[in-house]
Design a protein around this ligand. Structure first.
Ligand SMILES: NC(=O)c1ccc[n+]([C@@H]2O[C@H](COP(=O)([O-])OP(=O)(O)OC[C@H]3O[C@@H](n4cnc5c(N)ncnc54)[C@H](O)[C@@H]3O)[C@@H](O)[C@H]2O)c1
Length: 353
């Protein structure tokens, strides 16, 4: 069987996870790489044996050999690149967030419809084995009705700088970068209920704290501490139809004692924790049980998650599976993220029809 030819657009940090996972998938050939930075694209082409290198994504789109693309560029460029790929008959895996405005999200959805191609949003945590374990318990009604969910992703010092902290290219700070993962995975496990209202707050109190010494943190390749136009903390209460609610807080920097990640769900018959450690909580014979599944990793396994996401995407391109993170979910998540920013800006709760 002929191999699917893949093009990767954006050859920065996260592209490495895409390249490694494609390299492990026997059904594909890494064929083309595009980056504004030609040297970066050439390095990856050499490492992964790609035969074509592009600087302009429009030229890559005109290459009829390419069946599918991964989009790993700055957030605000995702929509235009995805639409161009779909209109050129290519399947698309686009990194999270789908885009930075509801208007652009709907344009991508329209392009998916008119092209008949697949678009998978890179909600990688949906593909993690631990998420699927909890999903099975929920599907079998073992947690009952989920009525509350809670997500925390706190970095005490971790504004990555570069495009991440330039709102023009990122669309926002920790909410759109980190919040998108934890809100999405909870919303997915809750059964994707319709959003009724959102009350959110954002704060830009601490900046990027470039003054801090003796404590290292993740920095973008093009780290520039002098440009920071994004929030450093966001929180929100999201209400859903049917009465369930989701509480979230995320930060790039905060006077917190340590970094923290928590992703938790509570139902009428039981609860589940995805982070900081996989756990199922229930009650039997009048006794509360905390169950620890015996699995390879009790926390998110980055390598497994990406491999499962890429393998699923390829099977979707081949018509063997439906994507688990379709464009419609990307549109809903964009509504939620933009709704939090809008509520914070207006200083009041906002309502959806
Ligand atoms: N799923 C995850 O866990 C995860 C983790 C990190 C980043 N991401 C997402 O991946 C995307 C990229 O993040 P990153 O950390 O790799 O950033 P990065 O800065 O390391 O890399 C981005 C690359 O895209 C290139 N680029 C930007 N616009 C381009 C264009 N129009 N055409 C061609 N190349 C272009 C840049 O030159 C750069 O090399 C972001 O959307 C981010 O939210 C996802």
């Amino acid at each position: 069987m002929a191999k699917l030819k893949i093009g990767v657009i954006g050859a920065g940090s996260i592209s490495e996870a895409h390249f490694q996972s494609y390299a492990n998938n026997k059904k594909v050939e890494i064929y083309a790489i595009c980056d504004l930075n030609e040297e970066r694209a050439k390095e990856k082409a050499e490492k992964y044996g790609a035969s074509k290198v592009y600087v302009d994504y429009n030229e890559l789109m005109n290459d009829p050999e390419i069946d599918a693309v991964s989009i790993c560029t700055w957030n605000t460029s995702h929509a235009e690149i995805a639409i161009a790929a779909l209109d050129h008959g290519k399947n698309v895996l686009v990194e999270k967030p789908l885009t930075t405005s509801v208007e652009k999200a709907l344009q991508v959805e329209e392009a998916v419809k008119r092209s008949g191609k697949t678009l998978q949003v890179g909600f990688v945590r949906r593909y993690a084995s631990n998420t699927q374990i909890i999903k099975q318990f929920i599907d079998q009604k073992e947690l009952g009705e989920i009525y509350y969910a809670k997500a925390t992703c706190i970095r005490r010092l971790g504004n990555p700088g570069g495009w991440f902290s330039d709102k023009e290219r990122s669309g926002g700070g920790p909410l759109i970068d980190l919040g998108v993962h934890v809100i999405d995975v909870l919303w997915y496990l809750m059964g994707r209920p319709k959003v009724k209202s959102i009350s959110g707050n954002t704060y830009s109190q601490l900046g990027n704290r470039k003054n801090i010494k003796n404590l290292s943190f993740y920095q973008a390749a093009d780290y520039d501490p002098d440009k920071n136009t994004v929030e450093d903390l966001a929180n929100a209460m999201i209400r859903f139809e049917g009465g369930a609610s989701l509480l979230v807080d995320v930060s790039f920097t905060l006077h917190a004692k340590k970094d923290e990640i928590a992703v938790k769900l509570y139902g009428t018959k039981g609860g589940a924790e995805l982070e900081p450690e996989l756990s199922i909580i229930t009650e039997k014979h009048d006794t509360i049980l905390n169950i620890t599944p015996q699995v390879d990793s009790l926390t998110f396994d980055f390598v497994q998650g990406f491999q499962a996401e890429i393998d699923h995407f390829i099977d979707t391109c081949l018509g063997e599976k439906e994507t688990r993170s379709p464009v419609q979910d990307g549109v809903e998540m964009t509504k939620i993220l933009c709704g939090i920013y809008e509520s914070a800006e207006k200083g009041k709760e906002i309502y959806f029809d």
